[in-house]
Ligand binder design. Sequence first.
Ligand code: ADP
Length: 387
Amino acid sequence: MLRCPNCDAEVSIEERYCPQCGVHLGMAAAMAERKLRVPEQSPAPEEAPFALEALVPRLGERLVQEGLITPAQLEQALAHQRELAEKQGTPKRLGQVLVELGFISREDLDRVVAEQIAQLHEALYQANAKLEQKVQERTRQLQDALERLSELQRLKANFIANISHELRTPLTHLIGYLDLLGDGFLGDLNPDQAKAIEVMQRSADRLYRLIEDLISFSLLSRGELVIRMAPTLVDSVVERAVEVIKPRAHAKSVTFSTDVQQGLWVFADGEKIGWVLQHLLDNAVKFTPAGGQVWLRVWSDDGRVYFSVEDTGIGISQEDIDKIFEPFFQLEDSGSRRYGGTGLGLALVKQILDAHKVDLEVWSEVGKGSRFSFSLPETWPQEDPAP
Ligand code: ADP
């Protein structure tokens, strides 16, 4: 059960509006997430910087306070102490000087020092206890904020999933009829009409991919995207991705080359890895200007199968490399708005590879290009069980 960010009523994961206050749950979650801030820790006036010295005055002052020496004797002893230090180079302790000058007895001095040590010990103990209490309080605050945040994120993911599903259904009909029109099943088209249908098909296709990204992202955020690991033939996974990318590269005048070792098997979710390759290749083509190159390489080495997607595109600066995996992140100057996209692709790629316990390595240089690579454990086809 989740709680409504507006009225705190219990709401089910399927709900879009709160049955109690009627608020739109996805929107309310986004608003509440913005407001969610862990209060900054500012010391209350009575808790102002803690100084042990305030609790344990210095020895000379303490002896004066207790009436064991006079302020004049303290002055005299301090002056003598300075004099000795100048002459001998090593300063004597004040207590020793006071005893030597006959201002205080050794017993009184030892008693006051022992009392001071006990006082200091107590002060340290209390400071420690206070600090521990503060750490516990802060940890509790952070845990509460984290729980609230993940709840709000689930509500948001839920909203994205619902809306994407509802967008996909009418779009599927549109694509179906566009295909029928384009293939001439609903009558002949003149060249202008055919061109218009082609543009519509491309746009609908792009929209469909964006919606698919949104659905996969929300499923992953809700932990509902199932990864099915099985021995998978790499050739068929790669072929499907290449088939999709080839025409896109051609349309952009980007040279697309493949160097794929045949007959390799990996232990992975073939469908998801195919999607990862397709997305990396799609980005490579998208961010490579006309006349550039994109390579897909697959090879096996030492029990692993390596995949690498490289381009001669615009590249990514070092400080942005970590950020590109954040959901909805797009580099402002990469012209991604010009090419479209949601900024979700790499976040999904990373989550899928994480689920395979695999790292994605990125090399990139602005103006030179980028390379995204990862590897999967190599396996061999399962023998068919004997009939
Ligand atoms: P999208 O492609 O939908 O914008 P991604 O999550 O796939 O989202 O990528 C996030 C951002 O990372 C892109 O907007 C782009 O700025 C940058 N990026 C990804 N791949 C490349 C690449 N091959 N070359 C240059 N920039 C890239």
